[in-house]
Write a protein that binds this ligand. Structure first.
Ligand SMILES: Nc1ncnc2c1ncn2[C@@H]1O[C@H](COP(=O)(O)OP(=O)(O)OP(=O)(O)O)[C@@H](O)[C@H]1O
Ligand SMILES: [Mg+2]
Length: 234
């Protein structure tokens, strides 16, 4: 589904050059839930930005369903970001003076979904991430960090993206809400065949992943792969 080829991103800081991403290659199949761990500053967010076409690599390429991002013009990259990717980032990028429900509706507006359908789906998604219904109409800047996190996750799911890139999605959440988000991501990958790449320090989230990676000195190594344990028959 996604194939990353010898990706490098360097930054100049003063007269020094740093390469937080320095030759990263991997492939993820459709429906895989993968996690990345690594120290602060190791380049995790930089890598996710490259995969989501928010940033361009110094060299290397990202190939999504056979399409090379390096070969796409900016208009197509915008389309790719809007249509194919769900972002859950550390800085949430929500619009502070719009309500929770309006924020979740926004990506669907770009995708041309009709208003009634947008609103119904937005409410359903906010329920799925367990945002108190009383707060669906509340402005983002009047929600707590954890509540904003849930809105950001609901928004990321709005267009049923084929790839979800999540940067510490449970970072601001209490344990119970975190567990719920983990279960949600896990069922998305399993039941909807969504590919999910999640940066996390959360052990229970990392343990749910089908594939676990570590980013260290610009390189990605795989820690463990296992068959996902089948869900009990119900
Ligand atoms: N736009 C930029 N210009 C210059 N340096 C940058 C830029 N973005 C990131 N960096 C540097 O690249 C390195 C990797 O940063 P990145 O944000 O990817 O780390 P991270 O692994 O996500 O860390 P954290 O766990 O703290 O979020 C850091 O040294 C950071 O200062
Ligand atoms: Mg980061």
């Amino acid at each position: 589904m996604i194939e990353v080829k010898d990706l490098v991103r360097q930054f100049k800081s003063g007269d020094r050059t740093i390469k937080p991403v320095n030759g990263v290659s991997f492939e993820l199949g459709k429906g895989t839930l993968a996690s990345i761990v690594g120290k602060s500053g190791s380049g995790k967010s930089t890598l996710l930005s490259l995969l989501g076409a928010l940033d361009k690599p110094t060299s290397g390429d990202v190939i999504v369903d056979g399409v090379s991002l390096a070969a796409l013009p900016d208009t197509k990259l915008t389309e790719y970001r809007r249509r194919d990717i769900g972002f859950v980032f550390q800085q949430f990028n929500l619009i502070p003076n719009l309500s929770a429900v309006d924020n979740v509706m926004l990506p669907m507006e770009f995708a041309g979904v009709r208003k009634a359908a947008r609103s119904a789906r937005a409410k359903e998604l906010l329920e799925q991430v367990q945002l108190d219904p009383e707060k669906h109409g509340r402005r983002i800047n009047r929600l707590s960090g954890g509540e904003q996190q849930r809105v950001a996750i609901a928004r990321a799911l709005a267009n049923e993206p084929k790839l979800i890139l999540a940067d510490e999605p449970t970072g601001n959440l209490d344990e119970q809400t975190g567990e719920h988000i983990i279960a949600l991501l896990s069922s998305l990958s399993r039941d909807h065949n969504t590919t999910i790449l999640v940066v996390t320090h959360d052990r229970s989230l990392a343990n749910k992943a089908d594939r676990r990676f570590r980013l260290q000195q610009g390189r990605l190594s795989e820690e463990a792969s296992r068959q996902r344990v089948a869900a009990p028959a119900s």
